[in-house]
Design a protein around this ligand. Structure first.
Ligand code: UD1
Length: 420
């Protein structure tokens, strides 16, 4: 029996909620533990199905892994395999994150092609080009992609044509033990890039400029293990802000880095919310009825994050007025709109543009999650809908949210997980 979330909407949320470690930091950091060649302790690591999938890949490759008191340990002293089979690749879309780290340990790495996903095709050309420049020879055969290097990878200039998060991470990790210096230009500037650089530097790497557009990596002979604590999840924070906003609530978020959340703050303010910051806390107080946002365009950091698009869109469904969204990062990231429409939302999409005409009431309905952030959008809308919303296909939600129903129930939501 597949479980579902049952939400009786209309409860105003209030109280405190603590944000977990960031999924999008934990995954590349876990992959990079492979490059460390020793024992790493990852603190503040969220317990998510994607993290379990990363752990399964590390074990398959020969690492010793385990949880203890919320700390995920990886001992990568011995690596016994250099390929990731199809079943494990499919478990986690971001398994391509292992490529750079595997190349630091293996002369020949074989991955099954990551293929498409729920956000449209996910090309890896930028990863392949960059590693090619560093001296890896790439070959595609039988649905697999094989990377070979003779000797160490070579540091070089890597100009990225687009600031890809995953490519920047793979190059940084691979370049950590390359011969000579690598300079990435037009690098992604997401906070998760800086977190990975901090992790690698704690392992002995020499990376400068992470978080900016030019990242310089001076290759070292080898890395070692370390203790690292993952940064808070800015998208989970945005999700709780949306939950507070759509219910006219007042919520204090604990364990947040204000600067990382800043790209979504103007949108919540435009909706009429009052947001205040104090150390690692953010307080959000929402009006009874939200205002529309004029125009949200997803952009690489520090622009509005594509991962918050669906969640903020859910808020605008019940706002006063019309809101426009332009999705510039992914091709098909509006699949949640059809499900929101089942709840009475009025949304028109055309390619990468969505226009939301706010309605005064949403109605509870059975809806199915289509992807991770789309799932969070349905939960958000369900919190404000009249009657019962049943969200199915929770495997999408569980990839990226730890105990979301417990957190929301703690804020006063009527939400529970039951067997379908
Ligand atoms: C990461 C995040 C994801 C977020 C995204 C954008 C993780 C685990 N995932 O994904 O949640 O939505 O950043 O902020 O951190 N592209 C190419 N060629 C490539 C690589 C990417 O064309 O070789 C394109 C992609 O198709 C996409 C865009 O670049 O259109 C952004 O992708 P990228 O920044 O690489 O995102 P991910 O690292 O996959």
């Amino acid at each position: 029996m597949m479980s579902v979330l049952k939400i009786n909407g209309g409860k105003r949320l209030s109280g405190e909620v603590s944000v977990h470690g960031a999924k999008n930091s934990a995954l590349p950091v876990l992959a990079a533990t492979l490059a460390a060649g020793g024992k790493c302790e990852i603190h503040n690591c969220p317990r998510l199905s994607d993290v379990e999938a990363a752990g399964a890949i590390l074990s398959y490759l020969g690492c010793r892994t385990g949880w203890s008191d919320g700390v995920f340990s990886v001992d990568s002293s011995d690596v016994s395999r250099c390929e990731i089979p199809d079943e494990l690749m499919r478990e986690m879309r971001s398994s391509i994150a292992f490529l750079g780290a595997m190349l630091t340990r293996c002369e020949c790495v074989k991955l099954s092609m990551p293929g498409g996903c729920e956000l449209g095709p996910r090309p890896i050309d930028l990863h392949i080009d960059a590693l090619g420049r560093m001296g890896a020879r790439v070959e595609e055969r039988d649905g697999c992609i094989i990377f070979r290097r003779g000797g160490r990878l070579r540091g070089c200039r890597v100009p990225l044509s687009f600031p890809s998060v995953g490519a920047t991470e793979n190059i940084m990790t691979a370049a950590s033990t390359a011969k000579g210096t690598t300079v990435i230009t037009n690098a992604a500037r997401e906070p998760e890039i800086s977190d990975l650089a901090d992790f690698l530097n704690s392992c002995g790497a020499r990376i400068g400029g992470a978080g900016g557009s030019t990242v310089v990596i001076e290759g070292v002979e080898r890395l070692h293990g370390c203790i690292h604590s993952v940064i808070p999840d800015r998208i989970e924070a945005a999700t709780y802000m949306a939950a507070a906003a759509i219910t006219g609530g007042s919520v204090l978020l604990k364990n947040v880095i204000a600067e990382h959340v800043m790209p979504v703050v103007p949108s919540f303010e435009e909706m009429g919310c009052v947001i205040s910051f104090c150390g690692s806390d953010i307080k959000i107080e929402a009006p009874q009825r939200l205002h529309a946002v004029r125009y949200i365009r997803t952009m690489p950091y520090p622009g509005f994050p594509t991962d918050a698009q669906a969640i903020v869109m859910a808020c605008t469904c019940r706002a006063d007025g019309s809101s426009v969204f332009a999705e510039t990062i992914f091709d098909s990231r509006f699949r949640h709109t059809a499900e929101l429409a089942r709840m009475g939302a009025r949304i028109k999409t055309d390619g990468r543009i969505a226009v939301v005409e706010g309605v005064s009431r949403l109605c509870g309905a059975p809806v199915a999650a289509t992807d991770l952030r789309g799932a969070a959008a349905l939960v958000t809308a369900g919190l404000a809908a009249e009657g019962t919303t049943t969200v199915s296909q929770l495997r999408h939600l569980d990839r990226g949210y730890q105990d979301i129903e417990t957190a929301l129930a703690g804020l006063g939501a009527d939400i529970k997980r039951t067997d379908g």
